[in-house]
Write a protein that binds this ligand. Structure first.
Ligand SMILES: Nc1ncnc2c1ncn2[C@@H]1O[C@H](COP(=O)(O)OP(=O)(O)O)[C@@H](O)[C@H]1O
Ligand SMILES: [Mg+2]
Length: 272
């Protein structure tokens, strides 16, 4: 049985879609995992564009309105099964059906990544309910942090574990919130620190996930490290044996703890 991971934030523009696309492609490419990637941003879907899908004929909207079966809306891109959204679709969808729709195919995948909506309505609830575990994407500023806190509260109310915060678009750390401050305020570990880089504009222009477009970027490195943490097959020994020999960044330690959590099936993950 695969694990479903919701990528959420109650704010647009923080990098949810960019990260979802790269996380999914990296799990498929580097770890050879079977991955389903779903656009959960029903009112403003754009995940397809990040994955090279421009005008999909069957989308998550068709699935949620009961017009097609989930499997019929799958588009294969970069080794990932993608279900994009539709810009031009009437609103007769039931977002809360997503959980039911994916329950029947969870055994076919190792990971199901859901790119969440920033709207604090049934769209974000749709992602939360369908996810076993959530990653919150945040930028290191106070307004976004307050949104992340709201997301954390909502997830708690719904009984959904937040596995970590992905801190994105770090520009000038001297004038931004530190990892420690964010962890202290939210009580959630930061599992990736990603700088602001220009490469995303080009990657999107070529409709390619950034981690594939530029493998040696800091973004791609951090995404790879995160997928290593989700990939339970990797050995943990080397990390812990080298742990005391030199300074390891806090986010790397948090990732190792995340891996432990996946091991102990805290997030319902079962190794195949
Ligand atoms: N680390 C980053 N550095 C610079 N630009 C980024 C970074 N992450 C995302 N972006 C850009 O920010 C914009 C919003 O990203 P997106 O993934 O669409 O956010 P969201 O899904 O949260 O609305 C896009 O133009 C994307 O290319
Ligand atoms: Mg988005």
């Amino acid at each position: 049985m695969g694990v479903s991971i919701g990528i959420i934030a109650i704010k647009g523009g923080v990098g949810k879609t960019t990260i979802s696309a790269s996380l999914a492609s990296e799990l498929a490419r580097t770890h050879d995992k079977k991955v389903l990637l779903i656009d959960g941003n029903y009112s403003a879907p754009n995940l397809g564009l990040h994955m090279g899908i421009v005008t999909p004929d069957k989308t998550i909207h068709h699935v949620l309105s009961g017009k097609v079966r989930l499997k019929s809306a799958v588009h294969e891109c970069y080794g990932v099964d993608v279900i994009p959204g539709s810009y031009f679709f009437p609103n007769d969808i039931n977002p809360l059906k997503l959980k039911d729709k994916i329950s029947g195919i969870k055994q076919d995948y190792d990971f199901i990544i859901i790119d969440g909506s920033p709207s604090l309505n049934e769209e974000i609830l749709s992602t939360m309910l369908a996810s076993d575990v959530l990653f919150v994407v945040s930028t290191p500023d106070y307004p976004t942090l307050s949104c992340s806190l709201r997301a954390a509260r909502l997830a708690k109310q719904r009984g959904k574990p937040i596995a970590g915060i992905i801190l994105n678009k770090i520009r000038d750390p001297s004038y931004e919130l530190s990892l420690h401050a964010i962890e202290e305020v939210t009580g959630i570990p930061v599992i990736a620190k990603i700088p602001d880089e220009k490469i995303h504009t080009k990657a999107l222009f070529y409709r390619t996930p950034t981690s594939i477009y530029k493998e040696n970027s800091k973004f791609s490195h951090e995404i790879r490290e995160l997928t290593n943490a989700l990939n339970v097959a990797k050995s943990r020994k080397r990390f812990w044996s080298s742990f005391f020999s030199f300074a390891v960044p806090r986010e790397a330690i948090n990732r190792e703890l995340l891996k432990e959590q996946f091991y102990t099936e805290q997030f319902f993950f079962k190794e195949r």
